[in-house]
Unconditional design. Structure first.
Length: 294
């Protein structure tokens, strides 16, 4: 396969991954309705993913043993971030949760500047400003102070920040192969979901075990297994700006599916704030051609 075809295939995987993650809230809400609410639904999904991917992980065990500890920890932290994102769909609005998570480029830029001392191009400063304006508008759309209004919004906001930390560590130190990285990711997610489940509520009593197992295995295998492996394969073959823009299909699909399926519509002000968040993402991922920094 020549480079042009590899780029095309990787791009198709990235945009499809984002679009499918835009529907991820559907099985999460289905488990909640089946009696596996709160973080327990995410624990069921991520535990299923861990079990399904374990043979691949064992096959590549040497890769795990030789990997940099910080890279492994960062990958697990990324899974923890996605657990918060997943649980947020139960406690908050779908569209707001997706948009709050996609503030992660803002946090990534701030981490690079203030922790690692990286130069911040002027375009990145504008991205931070656009993201924070969007955050303020979204959270104050109902006339209240611009702070998260419920547990779901707090989790959505925190998940984006944790993902910024985890993804930075993965870029700097991870040497894990895609399948192994996806398994470590799921391990971190399952452990976090278990702790959240014990904190937020009692272990649920399951009436329809077949339905719960079916949803958990299907969701864990598709989203946390197949899609995550495909995305990690594509990530190392595409320019970061390109893959970041392609993944924004999740924002469009997530907000649209929430409106059409769940009847959750964003208000005009929330849509305006979301527009600023999308602009922040595009500015953050826009190729830098000038050396100007601040």
């Amino acid at each position: 396969m020549n480079q042009a075809r590899i780029t095309f295939f990787a791009s198709a995987l990235a945009i499809t991954s984002g679009a499918l993650w835009g529907f991820y809230w559907v099985p999460v809400r289905a488990l909640d309705q089946a009696g596996v609410g709160g973080a327990w639904g995410t624990f069921a999904i991520t535990s299923a993913a861990c079990l399904l991917m374990m043979p691949l992980a064992l096959w590549h065990w040497v890769n795990i043993r030789s990997a940099h500890p910080i890279g492994v920890a960062a990958t697990a932290l990324g899974g923890a971030a996605f657990t918060l994102y997943s649980v947020a769909f139960v406690y908050g609005e779908i569209g707001i949760t997706v948009l709050l998570f996609f503030l992660s480029p803002v946090w990534s830029t701030l981490i690079g500047r203030f922790i690692f001392g990286w130069h911040t191009p002027l375009l990145r400063v504008w991205a931070i400003g656009a993201g924070l304006i969007g955050l303020t508008i979204m959270l104050s759309a109902d006339g209240t102070m611009p702070i998260p209004r419920n547990l779901g919004e707090w989790m959505g906001l925190t998940s984006g920040a944790l993902w910024a930390v985890g993804s930075t560590g993965m870029r700097l130190r991870s040497t894990l192969q895609p399948a192994v990285a996806a398994w470590v990711f799921a391990i971190g997610a399952a452990g976090t979901a278990l702790m959240l489940g014990l904190w937020l509520g009692p272990i649920p009593q399951i009436d329809n075990i077949g339905l719960v197992l079916g949803i958990s295995l299907g969701t864990g295998g598709l989203w946390w297994g197949g899609i995550m492996i495909a995305l990690m394969w594509a990530t190392v073959r595409l320019d970061p700006a390109r893959i970041g823009i392609l993944l924004m299909s999740e924002v469009v699909i997530g907000t649209a599916s929430a409106a059409l399926i769940a009847g959750e519509y964003l208000s005009p002000l929330e849509l305006a704030g979301g527009g600023f968040v999308l602009c922040a993402g595009l500015l953050e991922l826009w190729p830098i051609k000038t050396p100007h920094t601040v």
